[in-house]
Design a protein around this ligand. Structure first.
Ligand code: LLP
Length: 386
């Protein structure tokens, strides 16, 4: 099935570019709000790392979500887009002093802290400003997310978080520091998680921890379960909006939230992925010895996920409805890994045909680079085309 891309309106725009369906993003945000608001004390943050375009951040802010940042640059982008500082959480395994200071000056909601040395630096920098920084400790729960090894984060072998065995010591240490206030626990087990089971396992792990801490009289106000909800990369038109209903219901069913306790989420991919496509034009159709190649004007510098994670994005020829032929779809960059798909069945293609690489709204434009001195792709929005 071909989706509705207004290619007649693309003519004046230099390819490749990212095209965002603003209406679909809005429907997705509406679903997130209606599904999460079924439950008391659920707070959804948007993981800015997925896409930090100003227009997208503004739309997300307008819909009341908070944001989850992993760098000073992201904190600044969120402040610039109008997010109030009490909705900003700041995670990351290596926060530099200037980044911590930016968070302290803005008085963000919470720092998600990943180690004792980091805790000590936050305490010291907060002291110098005569402030108290709210902190949550990122726990490595050793829960398998069953996802690609590059995007799994919650196992003991990963660099993220504090091991559960060390947690007691870190909480005690935090309690003795004057310029940090311990408010909660933070988790994130990985990304592109397509089953609910890992979230159920995470909930059970959190329940065990809660009981342990309660027995010790430690009060946890906030639990942050991170992000990770996956999207349908294979049939994006059939599942344009991820299954937020099951996602929030899983936490509601399994995670025993105490009265007045807040449950925070940090969803990135699930919010923006299906709303974005990379639009490109066929430069050449080349007959190889045993294969036919479509050479696009978009390459791995524009969308690195296939080269980096062996990810596959649905590829559609938007200009042709002729019979299907088999092609390898590649980019113009001087690397063999600059390949978007092998043996793709595509409508018969000629030079100048428009192509869409689907499900590219998350970790697409934001991960683009200028390798080969290429220009960074811009973002074009459905409501701005004339
Ligand atoms: N919270 C934390 C602490 C994270 O590390 C991440 C993602 C998220 C939330 C958001 O996860 P999401 O809901 O988007 O799954 N570049 C990779 C994905 C890297 C994800 C890193 N952390 C990709 O293109 O698949």
């Amino acid at each position: 099935m071909k989706t509705n891309f207004p290619i007649d309106k693309f003519k004046e725009i230099r390819t490749p570019f990212y095209y965002y369906d603003v209406e679909l993003l809005q429907k997705t945000l509406d679903t997130i709000n209606s599904e999460s608001q079924k439950y008391e004390n659920y707070h959804v943050h948007y993981a800015v790392k997925a896409n930090a375009n100003e227009k997208i951040l503004k739309q997300i802010n307008k819909n009341g979500l908070g944001c989850d940042c992993v760098s000073g640059g992201e904190v600044q982008a969120c402040l610039d887009a109008g997010f109030t500082s009490n909705k900003i959480v700041f995670a990351g395994v290596g926060k530099a002093d200037w980044e911590i200071n930016l968070g302290l000056d803005a008085e963000i909601f919470c720092f998600n802290v990943e180690s004792i040395p980091e805790l000590e630096v936050i305490n010291e920098l907060a002291k110098a400003k005569n402030k108290v920084a709210k902190i949550a400790l990122r726990v490595n729960p050793n829960v398998d997310a069953h996802t690609h090894h590059y995007i799994t984060t919650g196992l003991n072998e990963n660099k993220f978080g504090i091991n559960m065995e060390q947690l007691d010591d870190v909480i005690n240490e935090a309690a003795n520091m004057e310029n940090v206030e311990f408010i909660g626990l933070h988790f994130h087990i990985g990304s592109q998680i397509e089953e609910m089971e890992p979230f159920m396992n995470l909930s059970n792990r959190i329940n065990e921890l809660q009981e342990k801490f309660e027995a010790k009289g430690i009060n946890i106000k906030v639990i942050n379960v991170g992000g990770g909800l996956g999207v349908d990369y294979v049939t994006p038109d059939e599942n344009q909006i991820p299954d937020f209903k099951s996602y929030f219901a899983t936490f509601n069913k399994y995670l025993k939230l105490r009265p007045d306790q807040e449950l925070h989420f940090e969803l990135g991919r699930a919010v923006v992925c299906q709303a974005g496509s990379l639009i490109s034009k066929a430069l050449y159709v080349k007959e190889g010895a045993s294969k036919k190649f479509v050479i696009l004007d978009a390459g791995m510098s524009d969308l690195i996920r296939p080269a980096l994670y062996e990810a596959h994005h649905v590829i559609q020829n938007l200009s042709s409805d002729q019979e299907l032929e088999t092609y390898d779809v590649v980019g113009p960059i001087c690397e063999s890994s600059d390949c978007f798909g092998k043996d793709e069945k595509l409508n018969k293609t000629k030079r100048g045909d428009y192509f869409a690489l689907r499900s590219a709204g998350a970790y697409g434009q934001i991960m683009a680079c200028q390798y080969n001195c290429r220009t960074l792709p811009v973002g074009i929005y459905s409501d701005e085309l004339i």
